[in-house]
Design a protein around this ligand. Sequence first.
Ligand code: BES
Ligand code: MN
Ligand code: ZN
Length: 507
Amino acid sequence: MKISVKTAAPDKLRTGALALTVFDDGKLGRQASRIDRLMAGAIARLMKRGDFTAKEGSTAILYPEAGISAERVVLVGLGKRADLSAERVRLAAGKAAVAARAAGARDLIIAPDGISLAAEELGQALAEGAVLGLYRFLRYKTADENGRKKELGRITVVPDQAAQAAKVLRGVRTGEVIAMSAAMARDLVSAPPADMTPSHIAGIARSLGRKHRLRVQVLDRQKMRRLGMGGLLGVASGSVQPPAFIIVEYRGGGRRPWVALVGKTITFDSGGISIKPGEGMDKMKDDMSGGAAVLGAIGNAAALRLPLNIVALLPATENMPSGSAYKPGDILRTMSGQTIEILNTDAEGRLILADALAYACRYKPAAIVDIATLTGACRIALGQEAAGMLGNNENLKRQVRAAGERSGERVWEMPLWDGYCDQIKSDIADMKNTGGRDGGLITAACLLSKFVQKFPWVHLDIAATAWTDKDRPYTPKGATGFGCRLLTQFLRDYANERGAEGKKGRT
Ligand code: BES
Ligand code: MN
Ligand code: ZN
């Protein structure tokens, strides 16, 4: 997909589809009114009859007979002018691109009108919405029933203010980078677990490292043993696939302190000996969504040359039942020295994260953010509209929340009170790995909190947001890549907030 920015009268450009944005007050913008005039009032007529209301996310397609060079005109609604946001623009761009492709267009011109965002933000939102909306996972399809021929090959953005074109283009480039990483995260999650093994993910981290000059280390079982990573080794003990502890470092921040990103990377979660019911178990390939998001985010940080030092940690393993698997009743000694009594081998994510968080502390990080498909309880609590957020530092929580609002990948805070943490007290070990059904989202975070020492830390539970069963405007059903854009936004804002010292890269 190639996206460019042009300043031209959109009616003169030959294209399969010309998309116009419309607010629901019926007042057409500069570009749309010009097209409407050339089409003898066809757009105004459509709106007057109520066939197109410009409600957010609504679309309509017109086939101009003459007057303009486009084969199709795609109207896309932005809803109320006062409610405009980058998220609305992403939704509209996704809708327009998918509608154009479904109609058979091979290329698309987007002519935004009167959108009161900063020009860069507009460009970024358009690129993200279009690229992510058009995303499909076709790698395992041999026949092209979805029609490889029916891909949209090219998108051109024509801003309504020519003077803004350079800034819009900058935003488009940023949006492309970020969207491609989120698409990579979706690819990793969508791939079958037999292919997306810990070793395979290690290979992907290595090639990402070559592309962006990142330092990549992969620890094998022996090195994990030396470090005392009993949590990760315990979970991995039932699996034929060797586990991997993947460390990716990006050094763009000179002498600044580290930011640590930790992503749960269970390449398949059968539940282990406490095996899950068969129905829906196939979806447990998405249990590495945290790791995928973290990889995408550190790749973005490098591509955008953020002035930060970032380490991404991916504890990667399957969770399988077998004769060698860890069992309920076992007690694991983690890297921090703390012991965990196992009540349920399906609460495995927190065990591998315990070791990864302890490893993160070796960097003396100024911030740790972990992201994990950790609990079914998160879905019960928040559904698919937000990730669960818990942490030990108000400022860091504020920054992550703000990044969530800006990226459209929202988070909602849950309390990490002592009373909840009492639920995981064990009679014979330092803690147990489940705290019962009540407050399951919170008690999981309680366990994690014991492994971050005093470092500022936020935990994100993406169990419900990593996957969607229904198509959304720029998130087709399947893996969402959730967290990649959120973490990237967090890192960009974080780099900005940290001030101008050594600030050379774009943020
Ligand atoms: N990976 C699952 C959580 C999950 C559930 C992710 C549904 C996506 C969709 C996690 O490892 C798990 O199994 N959690 C258990 C914990 C319980 C045994 C305390 C859960 O939530 O049921
Ligand atoms: Mn599990
Ligand atoms: Zn899991």
